[in-house]
Design a protein around this ligand. Sequence first.
Ligand SMILES: Nc1ncnc2c1ncn2[C@@H]1O[C@H](COP(=O)(O)OP(=O)(O)OP(=O)(O)O)[C@@H](O)[C@H]1O
Length: 586
Amino acid sequence: MFRTIRRIIHWCGDFRKRLYIGFFFSFLSGLAAAAPIIYAGYIIGNVVQWRARGLSVPSGLWLQSLGVIFTTILFRFLLDYIKARFQETISYELVARDRLAIGTALKRVSLGYFQEKDTGTILNSITTGLYTLENMGMRMIDTFVGGYLSFFCIFILLFVIHPLGALICLVGVLLSFICLNLISRYSKRNTLIQTEVNEKLTRAAVEYTRGLPVVKSFGMEGASFSAFRKACAEARKIALRIEWGFIPFNCLHLLALKSASIVMIISVMGAGLSSHLSLPMVFVFSLLSLTVFNSLEPIADSAHILSVINNAMDHIEALSPDNYIDEDGKDISLSSYDIHFEQVRFSYDKGNEKRNVIEDVSFTALEGTTTAIIGPSGSGKTTLCRLLARFYDVSGGRITLGGHNLKEFTCDSLLSNISMVFQNVYLFHDTVRANICFGKEQASEEEMISAAKQARCHDFIMALPEGYDTVIGEGGSTLSGGEKQRISIARAILKNAPVIILDEATASLDPENEHLIQEALTELTVGKTVIVIAHRMATIENANQILVIDDGHIVQKGTHQQLVGQEGLYKRFVKIRELAEGWSIV
Ligand SMILES: Nc1ncnc2c1ncn2[C@@H]1O[C@H](COP(=O)(O)OP(=O)(O)OP(=O)(O)O)[C@@H](O)[C@H]1O
């Protein structure tokens, strides 16, 4: 518990000053909370005494008392308001900073990171974890630290009035500690399980929603829904277990505090009867005894929530990658864009049993030329492109761009030179304009429209309800496959990077869309250094060099004219393409 409090305070970093000022106002608020009670107890005690002696209560006393009590209560609210202004917004500022930091960190890790950590863990940490910290972090600090400060204020007053009775209150605090410790241990064990269950639930929900089209098309419930149903049941079970298990500890905690209050009142009455204390002081002490633990009662809830926060902080910290792939990278501006692969080797596997999916690949793609990569499915074409964009680091050999090893660049600096257009286009849930300007946020309206026209998408965008301001559904779900691809090409045209990595597959498109996309790609690639996973004969024939990949090796390299005369994979590939496209070798 205390460790988590220290951890949250440490997390506050530069905002700690505001936190401490908040604590000071908490202390003042504790005093202000005691003031009307002391005043009321004192007045009641005096009135009882006056009545007992047959004296009359001074006229106007009730009105004056109400005025004093009302003013002190107002004053306390003012102090609480000032405290909240200093403290409560801190976590919103910190979580906003952390979200951006995590976003930036995830940009700078190898894609292998996302294979090691599954989606459920990442999503759960950056959604539920940060949300818990944002909404509960400061509140728990306030309940815990503010609670003890308020208690301490009243304790001092009690001690001044009747030291022995005040010491009884410390016994109450000790018992409360024992209960809190039990709650904390119980919560620690169960929040670990709860986090695992929540991660499973997030993973199952993502899997289920992603696979929904398949589930629907087969008219079956499918394994993804059973996993989702099971994860929901587990989440319910653990939530109930925590709640039920927590109730007895909570009751015990309340019992300890309330019992201490009663013993304190009995003790002060004894002191009053033996004439050690005046009647007004007995009343003041009794009323304070009833309220001294008010600020400690909610701490039982905090003990559990602090375990949840501690766990969330562990998970958020675990998200931070051990090392960024561009830790030592620099911002490099290039004067040439030649690409060299030198004896490149690569394996996706991290363990001992490594299978190289790229083996001893060497080639040069000169600036301004087009290199077409062809080969059977699974031969390693996409992997080569991923290595060039440094989504993964090579396991052996090296790749250079403009004479610099890719490892010398920061990720941002490297990717500013590269545009990628792949089959699986992802568009953001944002306006068409924002999606096109993604690679060049400061682009003017004219530049954006010109890119859209070159990518052959201006006409269909203008037909959308709000043109360029139309919001696209998540992942581009409100557009056709061809429309999404053309918007992604417009994005790449606007970015105007000197190196283009392209997957030309257009298998799922109708002829008209394919024709428009080919026109758009021609606009995109003119004058650029292009690495294309080629499918169309026209692209392959016009390429400056063709790399034929088989099982991770380059098995043939040359121009169409050079390769078409050789026996081998290329000739077989061309025959199949010609049959598909209805062409013949001349
Ligand atoms: N993320 C990954 N983790 C592990 N293995 C992978 C991963 N991605 C691809 N592979 C494996 O690496 C090999 C090369 O895959 P790659 O996607 O590069 O082939 P490809 O030639 O582009 O195939 P296709 O033409 O079917 O897209 C395949 O055996 C594939 O199973």
